[in-house]
Ligand binder design. Structure first.
Ligand code: ADP
Ligand code: MG
Length: 496
């Protein structure tokens, strides 16, 4: 169920690629911005047209007033009547293309211009009736057959009369200017759409280029799951995508090393375990009925099983040493540690055991895993016993100086040839048979792991026939002093 949901979700996610999503959002934002710009521009254009029409009406009214104050061009005397004034003005002035003037006298309209206006408002009875009622200069807007128009009605009264005797009507048709504005807006829309399309194509290509390494990472990761860990992503450039690829490659290096290590470990372990199993099977297959022979076989089988169990213990120990939390550091008295190790080591064989030195003073207390270090020293002591003869001298010691802890086991045995020395710490490496018998070949590997887990090393100084000196060298860490120490985690708890 969980698996299915996960798979479905992955497929769904893959439906819209990052490339599409990034581009989609950018295009959407740009489209919104462009729409806002076009809208605002359109509003400004129309507002300006309306303002220009109003200004033109005012201008025409001023012209008419100036004309009325002058003399009749026909008689060179002041106008005799309102009718004459209006007739004279209409004959005198030429309306522009989107303009018309007419007079309304006695509720009847008179249009005197030679050109036909776009719409004959003078024939609109309702408009003429409305104009005929006007007593003060009026402006307004009206829808005509030729689109919207702004008009002004200017009433004219004879000198001394209370009511106007006639009206001049000035009309400004807006349609031509509006058409022009619309065409501007259409051009803007077409240009914006083309720009958006070009941006979409360019964005698609650029996003593809930028995201290509990510795709390569994804594809490589998918292929690695199916085939091998040997593949790497080609890193080019220094941007964060390149860094992602580099990080991914480093992760693969670590994974590959870990897998290799695991495979070799399993190979080695399997190989090592097969030998005792073969021996045990051989003994049991050939076991006869003779009680003496049986007892002897069982003894041999017991020995092999014992060896196997030690091997398995060592293998578990090595495997555990790879995991975090392998060490349990506690304030440990290093002098006690050396003395206790000696007590355990003396049981390993009849040798001339001694202690060279032990750390004293406050530095003798260090923050280390005492049990693991004891284990390492016992391993070294066991090796020393295995490569010496009864009565030979083996010395243990410890010292703290210059911020380093040194713990050592020196023996006077057969020693190790120089070309051997670099291999003895390898897993399952056993030296040439010196007639002292062999362990699993894991002892020194475990010692090395314990030293490394403490941030230190293990070194050997030896020459054939002159014994061997093994030294564990660790950085010194002082115990942290806390007033009331928290209940310490015990080894048993850690093991479970
Ligand atoms: N004190 C020593 N003197 C001589 N050779 C040693 C000593 N300690 C270790 N070696 C060599 O190093 C090899 C690896 O040791 P170790 O890892 O403990 O494996 P094992 O003891 O199981 O053989 C040994 O087989 C031996 O050849
Ligand atoms: Mg050993």
């Amino acid at each position: 169920m969980t698996m299915m949901t996960t798979t479905m979700m992955t497929t769904e996610r893959r439906g819209i690629s990052a490339r599409t999503r990034i581009l989609g959002w950018i295009l959407l934002l740009v489209a919104v911005a462009v729409a806002v710009i076009v809208l605002a521009t359109g509003r400004a254009l129309f507002a300006r047209i309306d303002a220009a029409a109003s200004a033109e009406l005012g201008h025409e009214a001023d012209k008419f007033r100036a004309f009325a104050l002058g003399t009749d061009p026909a008689t060179s005397r002041p106008f005799a009547s309102v009718d004459e004034l209006l007739a004279g003005y209409l004959a005198h002035s030429v309306p522009e293309q989107a303009e018309t003037f007419f007079s309304v006298v006695d509720a009847r309209a008179h249009l005197r211009s030679r050109e036909d206006p776009p719409a004959r408002l003078d024939r609109d009875a309702a408009f003429v009736a409305m104009a005929a009622r006007v007593v003060a200069p009026t402006a307004g807007r009206i829808d005509t057959t030729a689109g919207p128009a702004e008009y002004a009605v200017i009433p004219v009264a004879a000198a001394g009369a209370a009511t106007p005797a006639g009206r001049l009507v000035v009309v400004e048709f807006l349609a031509p200017a509006y058409d022009e504005a619309w065409s501007t807006i259409r051009t803007m829309v077409v240009i914006s759409a083309s720009a958006l399309a070009v941006a979409a194509v360019a964005g698609w290509i650029v996003a593809g280029r930028v995201l290509a390494p990510i795709r390569a990472v994804r594809e490589t990761a998918a292929r690695i799951g199916e085939t091998d860990l040997g593949r790497r992503i080609a890193v080019s450039g220094t941007d964060d995508v390149a860094q992602l690829a580099a990080t991914f490659n480093r992760m693969l290096d670590r994974l590959e090393a870990a897998f290799d290590g695991q495979r070799r470990f399993l190979d080695d372990a399997g190989h090592e375990l097969r030998t005792p199993i073969t021996i045990i099977r051989g003994h049991l297959d050939t076991m006869g009925d003779d009680p003496d022979e049986r007892a002897q076989t069982l003894h041999l089988v017991g020995d092999e099983l014992e060896r196997m169990s030690r091997l398995v213990d060592d293998l578990i120990m090595l495997a555990r040493s790879e995991r975090p939390g392998f060490l349990l550091r506690e304030p440990t008295d290093l002098a006690d540690l050396v003395v206790e190790t000696l007590a355990k080591a003396t049981a390993l064989g009849d040798r001339r055991w001694s202690i060279d030195a032990v750390p004293i003073g406050p530095d003798a207390i260090a923050l280390v895993d005492g049990q693991r270090l004891t284990q390492a020293l016992v391993q070294l002591a066991a090796n020393a016993v295995a490569h010496t003869d009864p009565g030979d001298a083996i010395a243990l010691g410890g010292a703290v100086a210059d911020g380093r802890i040194r713990l050592w086991v020196n023996d006077t045995g057969c020693g190790i040839p120089p070309d051997e020395q670099q291999h003895i710490f390898e897993r399952f490496h056993r030296g040439p048979d010196t007639g002292h018998g062999h362990g699993s070949g894991l002892g020194l590997a475990i010692v090395a792991r314990i030293a490394e887990a403490h941030g230190g090393t293990v070194q050997v100084r030896s020459a054939p026939g002159e014994g061997a000196a093994f030294t564990i060298d660790l950085p010194y860490r002082a115990p942290v002093r806390t007033p009331a120490p928290a209940p310490a985690l015990t080894r048993a708890q850690e093991e479970t």
